[in-house]
Write a protein that binds this ligand. Structure first.
Ligand code: ATP
Ligand code: MG
Length: 188
């Protein structure tokens, strides 16, 4: 599961856990990107902070891992490079499920080398409030797995805004991540 994870929240964690159980996955690897290929307007937190928050959020789940694969690669973080590296690392003996939320998958056409990427792994698109997977091309609907999950209207953008405006973010993300945000004065 790739992401900016700025910060990681229960929307990510719940989606990952649902995918793990539904598709009987051996493990979930969270892959924070170094530099998102799709730039967001405001600055993103430095990769080390986002990586550490992802570690804090996942360390109590034995099936969850965090990879630094994209943090070590310079330039924009392209998923295709990551997937290829994983295939090589595991000697072609694995099947990769690429977990995304509806919003991310709806933009798949704009991803770098998306045609090649969707052939290399099994895409999973989790439902997400505000994004309609029915809009997807029939072609994509046939090859991806759509995963219906209870709607969690949590986003990193909303969490950053809440911190900036002094509103509580408790229960939207793990407490350890919340503490990290305040201790390091992120999003202020
Ligand atoms: P931002 O608001 O900064 O874009 P985000 O909450 O969308 O942050 P990302 O790091 O962009 O988080 O998302 C990583 C992946 O997790 C994407 O595939 C995204 O679609 C998915 N995702 C994030 N939040 C949810 C959610 N609440 N439900 C389902 N999928 C989610
Ligand atoms: Mg996003």
């Amino acid at each position: 599961m790739g992401g900016v994870f700025d910060p990681i929240h229960y929307g990510h964690l719940f989606t990952a856990e649902e995918a793990r159980v539904n598709f009987r996955l051996d493990k979930i690897i969270f892959v924070p990107c170094r530099q998102p290929a799709h730039k967001r307007e405001n600055n993103i937190s430095n990769p080390e902070c986002r990586y550490l928050m992802t570690i804090l959020a996942t360390s109590n789940n034995p099936f969850f891992e965090v990879s630094k694969i994209e943090l070590h690669r310079s330039g924009p973080s392209y998923s295709i490079d990551t997937v290829k590296e994983f295939i090589k690392k595991y000697n072609h003996k694995i099947k990769i499920f690429f977990i995304t939320g509806a919003d991310a998958f709806l933009e798949i056409n704009s991803w770098y080398k998306s045609e090649e990427l969707i052939k290399l792994c099994q895409f999973v698109a989790a439902t997400r409030p505000g994004y309609d997977l029915n809009k997807l091309d029939q072609r994509f609907k046939k090859i991806i797995k759509i995963m219906e999950i209870p709607p969690l209207a949590i986003s990193s953008t909303a969490i950053r805004k809440r911190v900036r405006e002094g509103n509580s973010i408790r229960y939207l993300l793990p407490y350890e991540v919340e503490e990290y945000i305040y201790k390091n004065k992120l999003y202020q």
